[in-house]
Ligand binder design. Structure first.
Ligand SMILES: Cc1ncc(COP(=O)(O)O)c(C=O)c1O
Length: 379
């Protein structure tokens, strides 16, 4: 078979299974319930103005990897600010959350070590574990008993790493960081928390670790992205000075990839400053999330809510999820259908994300439309 024929066949199979995906350019007139721009910072006028004022003096690109000549004063300032917020000795800013997780895990874990990973962790963690060649133990989602059983049975001499999303991206629930910290201390493991969705929203904006009142120490590594609540692009790893020094020397996605543009780092810096200065943004997001939950429940909609800006309605079939997405569009609402392989088979869903930009009226319209569509679906 020719390669082009193989590709055509594969695409046909994806379509037949209702798993075909396309990129869309979102119509600005739609109410977007699928963005991770929780704090409404991605179009922030204050930051735009600051960037316009400073852009004359900034390079548009970094020109090289951070280790060659791409490291900038502004990246250094950004790393210092993140360390302050995360209460760590140092931080390392890299290209994206995907590069942070894959690079970090590959750099710190070797074939002698064991990684204990939550069943619902993000794909970038899964890929990082594959790259590391470490032994992997997948524990049941947020199940500390299962994790402890696996930790107990592990008799290898290497290092142990427990890895978890802080807020699970496709569920919206929060990892039991307190329980995980207790287990990581008991079994002498390093705890890696990917707080892509907690940063900026939970723990006064400082993340899931702080929501639990846990003091960061040398055995906790906090990862976060600048592309979600922070409304910019890039990511960071925060931990001990030695960890960051080691990653600068050993993390392949940092060494062999061009550093972020100073302009992008300036956007992150400005938006983080606004995030800290305007707590009303996260307060409103969390209030609206609860409002959505209560309104949907009153309307008889089975919705999952865990006190984060991510709520889900599990519909099961891909067809049904797509049907609801398309019907909502007619009502002026964009809500992407989330299907495998992003979520496990049979759990296709509507993943609703709340933003500071939403109003109670937007949520009322969403709930009313959903109720109507669900009642009239006879798939
Ligand atoms: C839990 C989690 N980790 C990491 C990432 C990757 O972050 P980024 O979009 O910055 O690559 C995402 C986002 O897709 C995520 O949801």
């Amino acid at each position: 078979m020719r390669f082009s024929e193989y590709l055509k066949n594969q695409l046909e199979k994806i379509k037949q299974a209702d798993l075909y995906r396309e990129r869309i350019i979102l119509d600005k007139g739609l109410i977007d319930f699928s963005s991770n721009d929780y704090l409404g910072l991605k179009d922030n006028p204050e930051t735009k103005e600051k960037v316009l004022k400073k852009i004359e003096k900034l390079s548009l690109g970094s020109g090289a990897s951070a280790l060659v000549s791409g490291y900038s004063q502004i990246q250094n300032e950004l790393e210092c600010l993140i360390s302050e917020i995360k209460e760590t000795e140092r931080s390392l800013v890299v290209g994206s959350g995907y590069l942070a997780n894959t690079g970090l895990i590959q750099a710190v874990a070797t074939e002698k070590d064991t990684i204990f990973s939550d069943q619902l962790n993000h794909a970038s963690i899964i890929d990082g574990i594959r790259l590391s060649k470490a032994k992997k133990e997948i524990y049941k989602h947020n199940d500390l008993n299962d994790l402890e059983d696996k930790l107990k049975k592990n008799r290898d001499n290497g290092f142990k790493f427990i890895v978890t999303d802080g807020v699970f991206s496709m569920e919206g629930d929060i990892a039991d960081i307190e329980g995980l910290k207790t287990l990581s201390d008991r079994y002498n493991a390093v705890l890696i928390i990917d707080d892509a969705h907690g940063t900026g929203v939970l723990g006064e904006g400082r993340g899931t670790v702080f929501q639990f009142g846990i003091k960061p120490d040398e055995n906790i590594i906090q990862v976060g992205t600048l592309s979600k609540a922070i409304g910019s692009y890039g990511a960071f790893i925060s931990g001990s000075g030695d960890l960051i020094e080691y990653l600068i020397n050993r993390m392949r996605t940092q060494i062999f990839s061009t550093a972020l543009s100073p302009v992008q780092n300036l956007i992150s810096l400005e938006n983080i400053t606004i995030m800290l200065r305007q707590p009303e943004r996260r307060k409103k997001v969390l209030e609206l999330s609860r409002y959505l939950y209560e309104t949907a429940k009153k309307s008889g909609i089975d919705i999952n809510y865990y006190g984060t800006p991510i709520l889900t309605i599990i519909v099961g079939s891909e067809k049904k999820a797509l049907y609801i997405r398309d019907k909502l569009l007619v009502n002026g609402i964009f809500l992407q259908a989330i299907r495998p392989p992003t979520v496990p088979e049979g759990t296709s869903r509507l993943r609703i994300t709340i933003s500071y930009k939403h109003s109670e009226n937007d949520i009322n319209l969403l709930v009313k439309s959903l109720k109507n569509i669900l009642e009239n679906y006879h798939g």
